[in-house]
Design a protein around this ligand. Structure first.
Ligand SMILES: Cc1cc2nc3c(=O)[nH]c(=O)nc-3n(C[C@H](O)[C@H](O)[C@H](O)COP(=O)(O)O)c2cc1C
Length: 282
């Protein structure tokens, strides 16, 4: 599997950016991101769409910051597997953009009616009503094919950060749990090979909504298979699609295994209302 960017350093460099210059992404770069999106090879079937759209320089879409001109929406069905595949595929695109010097931020909370105006994609007006307070998420069940998350793609504007974001930037956003804390069975830690630990280290660095890092790792087949899932019954208090975050984490682990020379076999299945990813090496 040939991934056209350095894996660890790109993962280490990525941060959510919440302040952008109001300038369009350089033409060659945006074309390279679109080409990557079109040709993206992931190790599973899917029907996730990566839709590029332009937004106005207002705070309507993201509400906490002005939209830069270029943005991407990840559109899928709302079953747990499709939702989780959004995370895997979206993160691969986000990391590619990062490797081109482009900043991003996963957004699960955005104004869905504004997105629909900029990028008509819903099948019925009912889908707008399902979302809570007009944002892209709801506390209830959403249906149909729809944007799950969106991200700006643009140039980071350092001076534009609000004080609160500067503080967050220095503290919570960089913080991650240690691998050992993420194991279903912490006693497994001493049995893990350096390669598996390397992959899990990239996994723990994944972004998650509210930095909640609720993924858990377990092992099968004598430690040749890593499973990634959220705990059974997990609910985030304001993010309805935590399976996205699990897919993002699975993507990082997959990249870690590739970086160590493996061609991991990847499956994702539903179990107890969650997406459960399995990444196996020989
Ligand atoms: C699925 C998902 C949804 C997110 N939604 C939002 C959001 O609506 N608003 C926001 O400001 N940040 C959002 N984030 C960004 C997270 O807060 C951020 O990834 C986390 O705090 C870790 O920081 P980092 O990305 O800089 O490593 C989201 C992240 C993920 C993975």
């Amino acid at each position: 599997m040939n991934i056209p960017f350095p894996l660890k350093s790109t993962i280490d460099a990525r941060r959510s950016a919440r302040s952008y210059k109001m300038t369009a992404v350089n033409k060659d770069i945006i074309e390279s991101i679109k080409d990557f999106a079109n040709a993206m090879a992931v190790p599973f079937d899917h029907s996730v769409e990566i839709k590029f759209f332009t937004a106005d320089p207002t705070k309507t879409l993201y509400t906490i910051m002005k939209s830069p001109p270029d943005n991407v929406a990840f559109v899928a069905e709302t079953d747990s597997i499709s939702i989780s595949k959004v995370g895997f595929i979206g993160e691969l695109l986000i990391l590619f953009a990062e490797s081109k010097g482009i900043s991003t931020c996963w957004y699960g909370h955005y104004k869905l009616s504004e997105l629909e105006r900029l990028l008509p994609h819903l099948q019925s007006a009912e889908q707008l009503k399902e979302s809570n307070m007009g944002y892209g998420y709801s506390k209830g069940i959403t249906t149909g094919r729809r944007a799950i998350c969106i991200t700006p793609i643009g140039y980071y504007e350092d001076g534009g950060l609000r004080l609160v974001d500067r503080i967050t930037k220095k503290t919570s956003s960089f913080k991650r749990k240690e691998v050992k804390e993420l194991l279903v069975n912490p006693n497994d830690y001493d049995k893990l090979s350096d390669d598996i630990l390397y992959a899990l280290d990239l996994g723990r660095k994944a972004p998650s909504a509210g930095n909640s890092q609720m993924w858990q790792f377990a092992f099968e087949d004598d430690f040749k298979t890593i499973t990634v899932a959220m705990p059974v019954g997990y609910k985030h208090f304001k993010w309805e699609h935590p399976n996205v975050d699990i897919g993002i984490c699975a993507c990082h682990i997959w990249l870690g295994l590739i970086d160590k020379g493996y061609a991991p076999k990847v499956t994702v299945n539903e179990d107890s209302d969650r997406a459960v990813w399995r990444l196996s090496i020989e």
